[in-house]
Design a protein around this ligand. Sequence first.
Ligand SMILES: [Zn+2]
Length: 96
Amino acid sequence: MNNYSSVFMTEQDAIENLDHAFKHGFCVSNLTCQKAIEALNKQIPKNPVQSSMQTYLCPICEKEVKPKVNVGEYSIEAEKHCSECGQALKWDDVNP
Ligand SMILES: [Zn+2]
């Protein structure tokens, strides 16, 4: 087991540790491990999938998610999480 403090352990590190435990049968229960990995994965921002010019979908559940919209001098910020499954979203490659 690694001795990371929570400050230095990223979600990705935690997923790898859980995955290791899972593969070697050290999990409390397999379902617990799977759920934890699933929840951690949702905290790592992922790019939405573009389905048409103005339409973007959650990469996990494929619900439509809203990109940043400029309305005259105002702008409406892009959604930071999918409202359906809670997946964290990043728009770096989508919104310049
Ligand atoms: Zn989703």
